[in-house]
Design a protein around this ligand. Structure first.
Ligand SMILES: Nc1ncnc2c1ncn2[C@@H]1O[C@H](COP(=O)(O)OP(=O)(O)O)[C@@H](O)[C@H]1O
Ligand SMILES: [Mg+2]
Length: 298
């Protein structure tokens, strides 16, 4: 018996409001996927000295950090450079140009060009690599929406040639429900839920496969209202014992979260607990168990 994900698509994109747990949840998803085949976890322009969860340096070049778990950061300039090197004959002659400021200015000049190159890199990893799964720790909601619109906008503006061809094949991948799924990360809080809803509507409008909502840092209700009342009385009587104070605070948070979660009515969602473990592999393993399903056929 192995653990696997209930989602079968090769490309899983995790987005949501800033700070809701995109990095932690995409890491947990990648850890689950790695138990059934080579998996790569991608960040986009992460620009971090070390990955916040796995605490290893991350570069454009994929690197295996655990058995079958690879990690890479797709930064725009490296993606553009790789594209140019592949397309332009004798591009080795231009190495110094490709690393110059002039090249950076050139790459930044055309709107959407860098984004298209990053998506192109993701396309290569999904459609032309040995990875069984590609998990993207995507930018926050608004930025992801802009990114997802780049291929169709490019294909409209540039109607022939290799850019058009690239944009179309990326768009086909994004719209293919067998290859792509956008997972909506949120906290059980009103604003974060609102953003998840907006992204959900955006995906539905464009026919991009989406859901469920991953509700992170959920605190389950452990006490009935009458028990909370008793705790509050004890707290008043007992000179604020720390344990009682903590239980009251937790009960209050659970109630606030329950109210916020009514905003997800009608949407498929999965509750992931708030954990007190230090961020890192332990947190990931525990969340991974909540994300996965037991499977007897691998
Ligand atoms: N389920 C959880 N339980 C406890 N802490 C969590 C959980 N998920 C995320 N965190 C913490 O919340 C913070 C934000 O998470 P992160 O994944 O970096 O968010 P994002 O990538 O969306 O900005 C981090 O400090 C992380 O350790
Ligand atoms: Mg992050």
């Amino acid at each position: 018996m192995t653990q696997g994900l209930p989602y079968l698509e090769k490309l899983l994109i995790v987005s949501g409001k800033g700070g809701v747990g995109k990095t932690v949840l995409s890491s947990a998803l990648a850890a689950v996927c790695a138990s059934s085949g080579p998996t790569i976890l991608l960040s986009l322009n992460g620009n971090w000295p070390a990955h916040p969860v796995f605490e290893v340096p991350v570069a454009y070049e994929p690197r295996e950090i655990l058995p079958d778990l690879w990690i890479a950061d797709v930064d725009s300039l490296s993606a553009v450079r790789e594209y140019v090197k592949r397309k332009v004959p004798f591009s080795g002659l231009y190495d110094s140009f490709l690393t110059s400021h002039m090249f950076r200015d050139f790459a930044e000049a055309a709107p959407g060009f860098q984004e298209l190159m990053c998506l192109g890199k993701i396309y290569d990893l999904v459609c032309e690599s040995r990875f069984a799964r590609v998990i993207v720790d995507a930018p926050a909601t608004g930025h992801l929406m802009t990114l997802l619109d780049v291929p169709s906008a490019t294909a409209k503006v540039v109607q022939v040639g290799p850019l058009n061809h690239n944009a179309r094949k990326i768009q086909d991948m994004l719209l293919d429900p067998e290859r792509t799924r956008v997972l909506l990360a949120t906290l059980p809080e009103e604003m974060a839920i609102q953003e998840a809803r907006e992204l959900h509507e955006f995906c539905v409008e464009r026919r991009i496969n989406t859901g469920p909502v991953l509700v992170n840092q959920h605190v389950a209700r452990r006490f009935e209202a009458s028990e909370v009342e008793q705790l509050l009385q004890l707290q008043a009587a007992d000179g604020l014992a720390a344990g009682i104070r903590a239980a009251c605070a937790e009960a209050e948070l659970a109630a606030v979260q329950e109210l916020a979660l009514t905003g997800l009515e009608g949407m498929d969602h999965l509750l992931l607990p708030r954990l007190t473990t230090h961020v890192g592999e332990d947190l990931i393993q525990r969340l991974a168990r909540h994300l996965s399903v037991e499977s007897t056929n691998g």
